[in-house]
Every structure is written in C-alpha cells, then in structure tokens.
Design a binder for this molecule. Structure first.
Ligand code: PRP
Length: 218
C-alpha cells in the first residue's frame, strides 16, 4: 500500500530488542534515536523509511500486534505460546534459542512417569497447563510465579517447574535437571493479520530480506 503509512514495530525490551535492531541494521534499517541508551523515550521514528519502533514488556508485544497498535512484533516463542494472541507468526529469527522444559530434582522423574498429581511452579501457566493436561493427560496443580522459578522445588513449594533452559547453569547450580523437554524456543517475528493484507509488499520484502540474511549467516 502507500509508502506514507508508517510501519510500526513493537519490540520486547532488553536483549531481544538489541539483537533485533542489530539484525535490522544489517538490512539497512536503522534508528539513530534508539542508540541513546539513557533516553527514556518510548517511541522512535525513522522518517526516511516511514518506520516506527517502540519498546514494551515482552508479554505485551503480542497484545499490541493483535490490536494493530503495532504492525510487526518481535518476541520469544515462549511469550507467543503463553499469550495466545491472534497474529501471524511469520519468521524464526534464529536468535534467543533455548528450550521450555519440565525441570526438578532427579527423584521427581518418577512422579512424571506415574502421572501423579504433582505441583508445578511456573511463570508460564498456559504452556504448563497445555503440556500436562492436553499432551500428557496428567492432572497437576499449577502455581504461578513471577521469576526465580527454580526456587519452587528447593523450598518445597512445588515438585517440579516448567521454565526456560538456556545454558542449563541455573539448574545445575541449584541441583536441578531437565526432566522432560516441552518445545524449542527462539525469537519470532509476528504480524498483525490486517497489516499483512494491507501492507503485503513491504512486509513480505522485509521477511524476504531477513530470511536471506539468516541463510547467508548460517
Ligand atoms: C531465565 C529462566 C531461567 C534461566 C535459564 O530466567 O527462567 O531461570 O533464565 O537460563 P540458563 O539455563 O542459561 O541458566 P531469567 O534470567 O530471565 O530470570 P527469572 O528467573 O527472573 O525469570
């Protein structure tokens, strides 16, 4: 559609946003304003290319994209699964690779084998519920935590946890291990369903360039 319309990107704050901006830079999309780390500004504009970028909390990215406040979002697959918003997932950006796993102390493995009613602590209750109820057909009690989930089994709050494992060092340092793997995770690009129709050309071209970049850097 018209080049006058801004394409708006919602980026999850932190490492994911930094990596996304570095990737966009490689295909000639830059945003000088965003380089100033001290800035408290929330929205940044590239006038020349008619692009806008804003940073938000990761779990809010799919919300902005579903409602069309952002045309495009970049967020972890964990957040996409947990938030379960309407949007097209168009590209695996290849960074931020990790795994969603059921973890716990080694003896907890038995509890998973025998489908016992166990307590599961997690920051991801939707993913945990789907895994235990729909895939394993195991009834469990899910306890929502907001971080440092590894504490769950250590302090006796839960039998196991469902959490992200990247290097595995948090588990190791706390005497826990991966008991079952739920799914692989990485950063994904998501697109608003209407924007995909209205701005097909610009969005397709962006996806194409990012795909090419990924292929040449593999
Ligand atoms: C994440 C995750 C694990 C840890 C895994 O936590 O929840 O705790 O990283 O990484 P590792 O396998 O490389 O050790 P995060 O640092 O995001 O903080 P949180 O525990 O407060 O969620």
């Amino acid at each position: 559609m018209s080049e006058d319309r801004y394409l708006t990107f919602a980026l999850g704050k932190g490492r994911l946003a930094d990596k996304t901006l570095a990737l966009l830079e490689q295909i000639g999309i830059t945003c000088e304003e965003m380089r100033d780390k001290k800035s408290r500004k929330l929205i940044f504009v590239n006038e020349e290319k008619k692009l806008k970028f804003f940073l938000s909390k990761g779990p809010d990215v799919p919300t902005y994209v579903e409602y069309g406040a952002a045309d495009i979002g970049v967020v972890g697959k964990d957040t996409i699964l947990e938030e379960n918003r309407r949007a097209y997932e168009v590209l695996d950006l290849g960074f931020g690779q990790c795994r969603m796993c059921v973890c716990g102390p080694a003896p907890a493995r038995e509890l998973l084998l025998h489908h016992e009613r166990i307590r599961v602590a997690t920051k991801y209750p939707v993913i945990a519920k789907d895994y235990f109820y729909n895939k394993k057909h195991q009834t469990v009690d899910i306890i929502k935590l907001n971080g440092s989930v590894e504490l769950g089994p250590i302090v006796g709050l839960s039998d196991v946890i469902v959490d992200i494992v990247e290097t595995g060092s948090t588990l190791k340092e706390n005497g826990l291990e991966v008991l079952e793997e739920i799914c692989p995770l990485s950063a994904r690009m998501i697109v608003n369903q209407v924007s995909m129709q209205m701005e097909t050309e610009r969005i397709r071209s962006l996806i194409f360039q990012l795909k090419q970049l990924r292929e040449t850097s593999q």
